[in-house]
Design a protein. Structure first.
Length: 138
């Protein structure tokens, strides 16, 4: 199978730099997944955004949430997590921007499904996601 496709969910207002670093580093890591940069490049009506994002998540094997310190205010991230769960797309989080296990995860993301930014741990999580939800063989 080709590398799994990961949709990256992040707080656009606070963690765009970390998203760019994460995407860039993933290309140089031995982590077996590809990131599609499907971030909205301009503002659009909410209903149009939801339709586009739902379709993009549906084409992904997993949703990776970059969990920053201000996740409580990132309503789009919570919506993306709900869309993924509604479509049986597995979800996990990676702490970024100084966030850690004391930071509040976004709605819908369990703390025990959020890990530190470590490529070996991320590779293990990707492998785990490929056995969950819609990726489960059987």
């Amino acid at each position: 199978m080709a590398d799994p496709r990961a949709f990256i969910s992040f707080d656009f207002d606070h963690n765009e730099t970390e998203k760019n670093l994460f995407a860039g580093q993933s290309k140089n890591s031995k982590t077996p997944f590809s990131i599609q940069d499907w971030s909205a490049k301009s503002s659009m009506p909410q209903s149009q955004w939801e339709t586009i994002i739902k379709d993009k998540i549906n084409k992904s094997n997993m949703l990776i949430v970059l969990v920053g310190k201000t996740m409580a205010s990132a309503t789009g991230v919570a919506k993306e997590i709900k869309m993924a769960k509604d479509q049986n797309v597995p979800v996990f989080g990676v702490y970024v921007g100084g966030a850690d296990s004391t930071s509040n995860p976004p709605d819908g993301l369990a703390r025990n499904r959020t890990i530190k930014w470590d490529w070996d741990a991320i590779a293990a999580a990707v492998k785990q996601m490929m056995g969950e939800g819609r990726n489960r063989q059987g």
